[in-house]
Each structure stands twice: as C-alpha cells, then as structure tokens.
Design a binder for this molecule. Sequence first.
Ligand code: X2X
Length: 337
Amino acid sequence: MKVSRRTLLGTSAFATAVVAAPWVARAQSAEFSYKYANNLPVAHPMNVRAKEMADAIKAETNGRVEIQIFPSNQLGSDTDMLSQLRSGGIEFFTLSGLILSTLVPVASINGIGFAFPDYPSVWKAMDGELGQYVRNQIAKANLVAMEKIWDNGFRQTTSSTKPIQGPEDLKGFKIRVPVSPLWTSMYKAFDAAPASINFSEVYTALQTKVVDGQENPLAIIATAKLYEVQKYCSLTNHMWDGFWFLANRRAWERLPENLRTVVAKHVNAAGLKEREDVAQLNAGLQKELTDKGMVINQPKAEAFRDKLRTAGFYAEWKGKYGDEAWSVLEKYTGKLS
Ligand code: X2X
C-alpha cells in the first residue's frame, strides 16, 4: 500500500503527534495533580487499591486528574499529615477517625471499646446514619470525607512480654496507643500505662522497648512486620477502626463537578474492595503470624467490657459525645451504658 502524505495525516497516531501536540503536552502534566498521603506500608491493601484507584481516575479523566500516592509516612506522621491536609500541602489523606477526633471530637465514636460485635454491624452503621453523622461534623471542620470509610479492622493486642488473657493483664502494661484521647482514656480505664505515639514511630518504640505492647488489626501487624518485635498476639477485638478518605475542601472544590464525580466514584469503589481484601487477609493471617513465631490466644470480651463499665468509661464518653450521637451509635450496637 502506497502511503501518501495525505493518508498519513489522516491516521490518528500522526494527528495526535503533530496536529494536536499542544494538547498532548497538557495531558502529560495533568491539569489537577493531587497528592494522597497515608501511614501504611505499600503492601497493605489500602495502598494496593489506592494505586488501582489512581490509575482508574487518570484513565477516566483522560489524564486531567493525576493522584500521586505517598505511602508509609513518607510525608511525616499522622499529626504532620493532618496539618498538611488542612493547609493544602496535600490534597488527600486517609486517617483513623479516632485520630481525626483531635480536630473533630465525635469522629472517634466508632472506636468505643467493645461496641461492635462484627463487620455486618460496622458497615451498617458506617454506611448508614452513624457514618453520615460523623461526616457532617467533619464537613464543619472544612474537610471532605468521602462516603465509604476504608477498613482498618478490629484491633488486637500484641506484647513482647506476656499474652493478654483478661483485663488484669493490662494493669500497669506499657502499651503504645495512637494519638487520640479515646485511646488514652480506654487504657487508663484498664489501669494500663498508655503512651501516645504516632504509627511512624511504632516499630522502633517496640524494638527499643520504650513500650512493651501495642494494638492493631492483624493486617497491620503482618504488613508492618510488627511480629519481628512482638511475641504474643491476643485476639482482643477491642474496637473497630476505619480510615476516612479525606480531602482538603478548597482542593476538592477546585475540581469541576464532573471530575469530582469521577474521583469520588473510584475512591469509594476502591474503599469497598479494600474492605474485602482486609477481611480476607485477616481470616488467613493467624496461621501466617504463628508461622512467624507469634503465640496467639483469644480472651473473652466480657471481663474487659465489665471493667470498662465499672471504671465509668461508657458513661464518661456518652457525656462527651452527647445523647444524640450516643443514641445513633446504640442504634447499631445495642445498649452500651
Ligand atoms: O496508628 C495506628 O496504629 C494505625 C495504623 O492503626 C492507625 O492509623 C490508627
């Protein structure tokens, strides 16, 4: 086939390369280049799904929106990243509601000790009225919380010194907790010695024995390799924790509405997939962690819950959140106080 200059010009490849060159140049440096930061290792489902999400957003917006991911505390601790999000230094950030409570007090409400019995009750609450209640409060702090909260999981307790078999084992126990009044309050109610430490410092704090234990879902104990510095893993399931996918409001509103719709769609879809991944991972991790040398035990929840009740923990937090928020929580968990 004889290729004339005229037919060549008619092919799309040539047209794109020559005729539409300025457009191509613009597509390469995206119109909206946003940073998304988080505190978890690259191997955690959060980062795996976030990468897919960013690719899908770039494809569906024809390169207009590009999301760069900064995993693993590359941009600093949760405390640092929250202030960067508020100032606009980063546009997106996933943060535990319990830590967000330093800014939005009611955001820790899903972490009330032993409130949720299982995942179905969690998703009903967080995709329902409780999640909506919290998101409304987050909006008042000039942040946007995407609709679907991402899973962190039910938290378990690890230790380098002893298994936790009942609340009495927590007495005087030096345990790392994330930076959040709810966490500190709960472990004080157990008469433990909680130390507030950002996740970026946890591995080192355990390794150097600044603290003897910590608590996190199995998916994090595994992907952050905490089994290297902890011996015992007690399946306390003491609270459910999730990550709100947050956006800086000004950055979010800079996106034209059609792009906002596409971004939100992919963020929420990735969140739902991340929930499935974490559930599946947690189901298989007991064996993997045992193979890595951890000793696993499963204490009963009742004695822990009784201790919190007699210490006045539930009554105190009901007072802090107020009757309205507390009754929304109890709609999903049953009576707590
Ligand atoms: O800091 C933690 O322990 C972590 C990773 O679970 C949270 O982000 C709350």
